[in-house]
Structures are given as structure tokens and as C-alpha cells.
Ligand binder design. Structure first.
Ligand SMILES: C[S@@+](CC[C@H](N)C(=O)[O-])C[C@H]1O[C@@H](n2cnc3c(N)ncnc32)[C@H](O)[C@@H]1O
Length: 276
């Protein structure tokens, strides 16, 4: 697993409390992950997320994924965990405005140490966020602890692709993104199995490169002034950010980074068929 030193919770909290987080929301929308609703629906379908279930979103940001699951998948209740106070407050405000705060709640906490009761949800959910977490082994272990036996762990994440990143590419990419490290498909599978799960589905969604192309197009052709406002009208900074984004796009086109999709089941009793 490629890693860099000096990136941790403080750097991530700074991103999602400030201009960088706002820039991500400008190009991605409320759902800050590659593919937006299409990606969420795809993950929900492949994970068998069904009406009436309860879930926990680890690294939920402003809770857009949870609102989508409650509104469009009939999920009964969601609880989100995020370590950045700004986005948790924003999420609570948005859920209240949407009339969903009786079904969606938040904790301000590290996803590796949520403080939530064991075996308390039907599924654990994560979308393009676990890449920010330093200790992915602890994160997966915590996800497995808080899901019910036979429950589902479903997530997408930014991962290293098969050609691999050179050390220089990894340093530049991780520094720009404020990721302490980046997992790959085999690494996540191993962590899930070692934590007591059966891995049901692992795939590259193929969404990374086209999405970054789209974001660059929007920034260069339509949203330039909005982006400039967010960075305090600092044209040089915006150009630097644009250059790093272009670099991310090149890595994605080369297959060196990808959006991975993972669905796993915690070991436990096999659910009985009705009328069996
Ligand atoms: C890309 S955003 C998540 C987007 C969200 N899943 C969505 O699809 O809209 C990443 C989030 O992860 C949170 N985060 C990063 N590391 C964390 C940690 N160790 N524990 C909890 N939250 C964390 C950040 O605060 C940020 O809100």
C-alpha cells in the first residue's frame, strides 16, 4: 500500500471545513463522490439495500448519501459518522430542512472508533471516503463490529489500479488529495476477510476517468468564476489546483487509480427464506 507521512485527521478536517471541501461540492454536488446518484444506486442495488433496513454511513460528510437511501431506497433509519464538525452541522441542518431528522442522525467521531453499539445496523455504507482514513484495518474492523451478524458492508473508494503508481506519482497524488495512503482491491479484500467477512463483490466501476474529465470541463468552461470566488479570487491557486486535477485525470486514464466497489457479508447465521 502506497503511503505518505504527515497526513491525518487535522488535514482532512481542514479540507472539509474550508475552500477545498466547497470546491468538491461545486463540481460534484451534495453527494461528494464519483458518479453521484448513479454510483449510489449501483452500490445499493449490488449490496441488496432494501426498504425497512437500518444503516450506518462511515465518513458520511453532509449526509447526502443517507438522505438518498432514505428517500429513494426506503431505508428506515440511517446514522452517519464523520470527524469534521462543519459537515456534521451542515448535514444536521440539511436533514432538518428536508424533514428527515427523525430518521437520520449523526455522530461527530472518528470512523475507526465510533462509540456505537456492536451489531447495531443491517448494513454499513461508505462512498469514496475511506481513502482519507489512516488506519484502514481499524476502520474495517469497526465496520464489522457495528454491523449485525450476516449484515452487509458496502462501499466505494478511491483505490490504486493494477498498473500501480510510481513512488513519485503516489507522493504527488496523495499530497494533493490529503490521503495518508491508498488501498488496492486485494488489500481491501484481505482486510475484509481477516475481519470476519465473506467478500461478495469487488469491481472497478470504470467511472473515475470520465468523471474527472467532466469536472475539469465544468471548471474550465462553466464554473470558473464560482471556483475563483471559493478560493478568494486567487487565480494562481486555481490554476495550480486545476493542474493537479488534470494530473489525477491522467492517472485515472492510465488505470493507475480507480473507483473500487466492494460488497461483503459479516459471517453469521444465513438468513432463512420466508416460508422455507
Ligand atoms: C469525500 S467526503 C465523503 C463524501 C460522502 N461519502 C458522500 O458520498 O457524499 C470525505 C469525508 O470523510 C470524512 N472523514 C475522513 N476521515 C475520517 C475519519 N477518520 N472518521 C470520520 N470521518 C472521516 C471527512 O470529514 C469528509 O467529510
Amino acid at each position: 500500500m502506497k503511503r505518505i507521512d504527515g497526513i491525518g485527521l487535522h488535514q482532512v478536517q481542514a479540507v472539509y471545513s474550508g475552500a477545498e471541501g466547497q470546491l468538491w461540492e461545486l463540481v460534484m454536488g451534495e453527494q461528494i463522490h464519483l458518479g453521484g446518484l448513479v454510483s449510489s444506486m449501483d452500490l445499493a442495488e449490488k449490496a441488496g439495500i432494501a426498504p425497512g433496513m437500518s444503516g450506518i454511513d462511515l465518513c458520511c460528510c453532509n449526509g447526502a448519501g443517507m438522505r438518498m437511501l432514505v428517500r429513494l431506497r426506503g431505508v428506515a433509519r440511517m446514522h452517519g459518522v464523520d470527524v469534521t464538525e462543519t459537515v456534521v452541522k451542515l448535514g444536521e441542518h440539511r436533514c432538518q430542512a428536508a424533514g428527515l431528522s427523525d430518521r437520520i442522525t449523526f455522530s461527530l467521531a472518528d470512523a475507526c472508533q465510533t462509540g456505537l453499539p456492536s451489531a447495531s445496523a443491517d448494513f454499513i455504507w461508505g462512498e469514496d471516503a475511506w481513502c482519507y482514513v489512516v488506519d484502514k484495518k481499524r476502520l474495517i474492523a469497526e465496520a464489522v463490529r457495528i454491523v449485525k451478524p450476516s449484515g452487509t458492508i458496502a462501499f466505494t473508494d478511491w483505490i490504486e489500479g493494477p498498473p500501480g503508481l510510481s513512488d513519485a506519482e503516489a507522493r504527488r497524488f496523495l499530497t494533493f488529495m490529503k490521503f495518508p495512503n491508498i488501498q488496492d482491491m486485494a488489500g481491501y479484500q484481505r482486510l475484509l476477510v481477516d475481519s470476519g467477512c465473506e467478500v461478495l463483490r469487488v469491481e472497478d466501476t470504470g467511472r473515475f476517468a470520465p468523471c474527472v474529465d467532466l469536472y475539469l470541463n465544468m471548471l474550465n468552461r462553466q464554473l470558473t468564476y464560482d471556483a475563483l470566488r471559493i478560493v478568494g479570487y486567487d487565480m494562481t491557486l486555481l490554476e495550480q489546483l486545476g493542474a493537479e486535477m488534470k494530473f489525477v485525470g491522467e492517472l485515472a486514464h492510465a488505470g493507475k487509480i480507480a473507483q473500487g466497489l466492494f460488497v461483503a457479508r459479516k459471517h453469521g447465521p444465513v438468513p432463512q427464506e420466508k416460508n422455507a
